[in-house]
Write a protein that binds this ligand. Structure first.
Ligand code: SF4
Ligand code: SF4
Length: 727
């Protein structure tokens, strides 16, 4: 016993020292960067203790996000809870170092506990088998880029599975031997341990005594080895993920770091773009510019590849994988850590050459595959491929905030380096000088009203200086809605439907300027602030309270980002308003359309703002419409390729995202592909033409499938039936 005790204590000291030093080192590394934004504080205005507790229950204890993928989700749940319960056996094993017949006080000899421990051990073993099968079936060497494990550290993952397996068998081994030597705490219930005991019994009491002593030490040794391995590997997420979930951005509805982008923060405070400080950080230009939350994100990544599997850029052959962005940042942060934490230049100069090379590596620059230290950490092609669609954030089981990091790196490139894809420069100049991406100017903003057989009420036309009391909505038309040919059809349809329903509204006409969505997402925060401040001033001065929009990007910006600049409004997307008008019978779809329609969820309406049902309710109300869903639908919808200012950049890498999405829609043979965002309409229309061209048809002159906004479809159904079809 004395040897067992001494060896056990020695293992404890070594393991806790090694693991503790590593944890302290990681904490120093995380806190060496920028302070995080103040709203990360638990118990603060945006993060009540109750909301954090509910997130922990949903995402850590119940593993809601992981369970979206049934088999791996259940296996992970089994492993998680298995480990939770096996902690009880660690207490028992540790107690047995000192007292051979140790049992946990009060409950330690009850049969149900023995049964539960054995059941959880078997559940953990079963999860290891399931994980192994999943990894073999999805091995990157067979599936290439389509494997979600492509690029993950595969050997480390197998090592961890092996260690979990060792935890289970060593546990059952010493418990079986304990039964045979008479020192097992449970008389009944521990059925798996009893089975092992039966197998060991023929070896005799002496052998069982040795197996018991060695088994206890082996079991504890494996646990301590696992602890050391965990804090040195991606399995660190066991400890970091619950913290990451607690401090993740949240908003009502639980959409995580979606919807609004954060302002530019420097030293934990938002940068004042009217009077920026000389030392203000403009985004992230080096790994040390990330906040401790950014580093915590990196340390929390499980390399599960769920984000990668959903990313439209990755799925169309582009170099961007959100998983690899996080992993590359983490690997760089860890490899550079001695340089980051060195006391002074002299200490840095004394570091090994490889560490100094890592320390001097540029964050965003072309990657050099042959000599990584000579290239950047994140390739510009990776950075500019993101559509900010939110699929990664939505999927990530540990609440990593990929979009925030990508946009922050873009901000540095745009604001400090002046580096961004050339073709986007035209859009930015147009925004600056004309207030819209096409450079058409304010005078063109009412062209869409031409030809309507009713008058569109324009604010100020009759001398108003605030919106009249009886005006229910300010109709925010948006740049596309006012200036793009196809989007103008949507604007006219919505205006007509509002007119038919007797909804009172006004438009601002030349009083609108771009909301700044594209400027913000490309990283030009200064321009965004300028455009947004002008709009907020206008909206506040006219007394806008309820605003209806037809564009998912306008919706997101006005509803979620303008509050950052003092603009607080009730913003309604036209899909929500139209579905309500139909429900209230203020609009009556009476004409059967006899059409098969598939609906495409816009990222900034669906994933970013959780508006999934209203557009479908509008289509569902149309007589004769057969609404069918694409495989990638709802929160797993596939981007159209326009978001993140990608609409204004060339798409030369891999397959075009809009073509991929249009092909998916057209495979269902619909009559109409419906959407509820002008940018989706433009991209899908182009996509349909491209797929038609692939099929040898002239999609430009006569597209095989119509792409239309839900408002246009509803308007057709609300028109009186033609005499020929009226019974
Ligand atoms: S936001 Fe979309 S495009 Fe960007 S990395 Fe995430 S999944 Fe990929
Ligand atoms: S970022 Fe999140 S979803 Fe992506 S691999 Fe890491 S843990 Fe998985």
């Amino acid at each position: 016993m004395i040897v067992r005790m001494i060896l056990g204590l020695a293992m404890t000291v070594v393991a806790l020292t090694v693991a503790g030093r590593r944890v302290a080192y990681l904490i120093r590394l995380a806190t060496a960067g920028q302070p995080a934004e103040p709203d990360r504080r638990i118990g603060g205005p945006t993060r009540s203790v109750a909301s954090v507790a509910s997130a922990e229950v949903a995402e850590v204890l119940v593993q809601r996000k992981l369970l979206k993928w049934t088999v791996p989700g259940l296996a992970h749940l089994a492993a998680f809870w298995g480990f939770m319960f096996l902690l009880v056996t660690v207490i028992e094993g540790y107690g047995a170092l000192f007292w051979r017949d140790f049992a946990i006080p009060v409950i330690g000899r009850q049969a149900w506990l023995g049964w539960l421990e054995d059941t959880m051990a078997l559940a953990t073993a079963a999860s290891v088998v399931v994980f192994a099968i999943i990894r073999v079936r999805n091995a990157p060497k067979n599936q290439g880029r389509s494997s979600r494990f492509f690029g993950s550290h595969l050997d480390a993952a197998w090592l961890v599975l092996f260690m979990i397996f060792n935890v289970v068998w060593t546990l059952l081994l010493y418990r079986g031997a304990q039964i045979n030597t008479g020192y097992f705490p449970f008389e009944r219930g521990a059925y798996a341990s009893e089975a092992v005991a039966r197998a060991l019994e023929p070896l005799g009491e002496d052998a069982n005594t040795v197996i018991e002593h060695v088994g206890v030490l082996l079991a504890l040794g494996v646990i301590f080895g696992f602890l050391v391995l965990v804090v040195h590997s991606k399995h660190m997420h066991i400890f970091t993920a619950p913290i990451n979930v607690a401090v993740a951005r949240r908003r009502p509805g639980g959409a995580g770091a979606l919807g609004a982008l954060q302002p530019v923060y420097s030293a934990g405070e938002p940068v004042d773009f009217e009077d920026p400080g000389e030392d203000d950080l403009m985004g992230r230009g080096a790994i040390t510019d990330f906040t401790w939350k950014g580093v915590l994100d990196m340390l929390s990544c499980t390399e599960c590849g769920r984000c990668q599997s959903q990313c439209p850029a990755w799925n169309t052959g582009k170099p961007l994988s959100p998983k690899l962005v996080v992993m590359n940042l983490r690997d760089h942060a860890l490899a550079r850590a001695p340089y980051t934490l060195a006391a002074d230049d002299e200490a840095r100069a004394a570091l090994p050459e490889a560490v100094r090379a890592e320390g001097e590596r540029v964050l965003v620059a072309p990657v050099d595959e042959a000599n990584p230290a000579a290239g950047g950490v994140i390739d510009p092609d990776v950075l500019w491929s993101c559509t900010t669609c939110g699929a990664c954030v939505n999927q990530c089981p540990v609440d990593i905030e990929h979009i925030d990091h990508i946009v922050d790196m873009r901000r540095y490139q745009v604001l400090v380096e002046g580096a961004f894809p050339d073709e986007a420069g035209v859009m930015l100049r147009n925004l600056e000088h004309a207030g819209d991406p096409w450079g058409r100017g304010a005078s063109a903003r009412l062209e869409w009203t031409t030809g309507l057989d009713f008058e569109v009420p324009v604010f100020g036309a009759n001398g108003e200086d605030t919106l009249p009391e009886d005006v229910e909505y300010l109709f925010w038309v948006g740049c596309a809605g006012a200036l793009d040919d196809k989007a103008q059809n949507t604007t006219r349809a919505v205006a007509t439907l509002l007119h038919q329903a007797g909804v009172t509204y006004m438009v601002l006409g030349d009083g609108e300027t771009c909301t700044g969505d594209a400027a913000r997402r490309i990283g030009h925060e200064f321009l965004f602030q300028m455009l947004a401040a002008a709009n907020v001033e206008t909206l506040n001065s006219v007394g806008a309270k309820r605003i209806v929009v037809t564009c998912a990007h306008c919706f997101n910006t006005i509803a979620n980002e303008y509050p950052q600049l003092g603009g607080h409004y009730e913003v309604v997307h036209h899909s929500t308003l139209l579905s309500q008008l139909v429900a209230d019978r203020r609009l009556t779809p009476v004409t059967a359309l006899d059409s098969t329609i598939t609906y495409h969820d816009a990222c900034y309406l669906g994933r970013h703002n959780q508006i999934f049902a209203p557009p479908r309710a509008v289509l569902g109300a149309v007589p004769g419409a057969r609404v069918i869903e694409m495989a990638r639908t709802g929160e797993r919808s596939f981007c159209c390729g326009a978001g993140g200012a990608r609409m204004w950049m060339d798409e030369t890498l891999g397959e075009r995202i809009n073509t991929n999405r249009a092909r998916e829609a057209m495979d269902l043979k619909p009559d109409v592909v419906a959407a509820a965002c002008p940018f989706c309409i433009v991209m899908l229309s182009d996509g349909v033409r491209a797929v038609d061209a692939e099929n040898g048809a002239d999609g430009a002159a006569d597209p095989s499938v119509e792409v239309a906004d839900i408002a246009e479809i509803l308007l057709r159904a609300c028109a009186a039936p033609s005499p020929a079809t009226t019974p």
